[in-house]
Design a protein around this ligand. Structure first.
Ligand code: SF4
Length: 293
């Protein structure tokens, strides 16, 4: 069968990569592969004709562990439960264990409370606090950064260090207060030494952010820096070129811009950053107007 041959070849290729020491891949949905997976799933009776096959139409970057199988949306959608899931355990096993998926939480408060002591990735070992996020329950703008820094880790709040001060100034210059917006991060625990979060850490944490977005339903999402940009849009060029160019994520628009920490080192970026913030407000107001019609 056509799809079985493709899967077998893919499995062999993944095994070769793993043997060569490559443990993670960015998987992007390929329309032809998705069609064949859909056919295979229908053949197995797993989905109805109107449902996409696993891995098709994924919104987040598919940073997924290489295994002797096909990387699917399961890695993103699988339940993540604090304290109970061994770090090396595939998340589909967590699903089988009946752990609660973030999508099952109906309120932001209950979601935050459940993951208050999350231990679903290795970042729990070095953190002081889970930095869940902060702000308005239905914000006009949702800012998404990369992960907590030292001061955020200490206080349990996002963007409270020097970069946070700059972000707050930008928000105020728009005529808004921090209480009007919401700030979250791709990972909710501080990576040691402020390094970039690893793919498996982002994959473990993303379902929480995804549910946050659904519950917050912001008018626009502004990503800060390269990591959140590439998380939502793996094919995007670097932030210098991608900033200021909105793209769609499900029913929301995302506007990428610089991370405030970058601006502290590169003040030349302040003008385009300010231009992006103003554009974000226009996009948010347009979305609000459309929603009111
Ligand atoms: S970074 Fe996210 S997944 Fe990892 S322990 Fe913290 S809250 Fe849990």
């Amino acid at each position: 069968m056509e799809w079985r041959t493709v899967l077998e070849n893919l499995e062999a290729q993944l095994a070769r990569l793993q043997a060569a020491g490559i443990n993670y891949l960015n998987i992007e949905p390929d329309p032809e592969l998705a069609r064949m997976l859909n056919d295979a799933a229908h053949e197995a009776g797993a989905v109805t004709p109107d449902e996409p096959a696993a891995g098709h139409g994924a919104a987040f970057a598919q940073s997924t562990e290489v295994s002797a199988g096909v990387a699917t949306q399961d890695a993103i959608d699988a339940p993540v439960t604090p304290g109970t899931q061994p770090r090396s355990e595939p998340q589909s096993k967590a699903a089988a264990a009946g752990q609660i998926h973030p999508s099952e939480f109906k309120t932001l408060d209950s979601l935050q409370e459940y993951f208050r002591d999350c231990r679903n990735c290795g970042l729990c070992a070095g953190r002081s606090r889970v930095v869940f996020g902060e702000g308005h329950a239905h914000p006009i703008i949702l800012f998404v950064g990369e992960g907590p820094g030292q001061e955020e880790d200490r206080q349990g709040l996002p963007f409270v260090g020097r970069a946070g001060t700059l972000l707050t100034q930008g928000i105020r210059a728009l005529g808004l207060a921090r209480e009007d917006i919401y700030i979250a991060n791709i990972v909710k625990c501080r990576p040691p030494g402020n390094r970039n979060p690893q793919p498996e850490e982002m994959a473990a944490c993303l379902p929480i952010l995804q549910r946050q977005i659904e519950l917050l339903d912001p008018k626009v999402i502004v990503t800060l820096g390269n990591v959140p940009l590439k998380t939502f849009n793996p094919r995007a060029r670097g932030i210098t070129q991608a900033r200021g160019h909105p793209f769609g994520y499900r029913e929301w628009q995302i506007l990428p811009t610089f991370h405030p920490a970058y601006l502290l080192r590169n003040p030349n970026g302040l003008d385009p950053w300010w231009s992006d913030l103003k554009q974000a407000l226009v996009l948010a107001n347009t979305a609000a107007t459309r929603g009111a019609e």
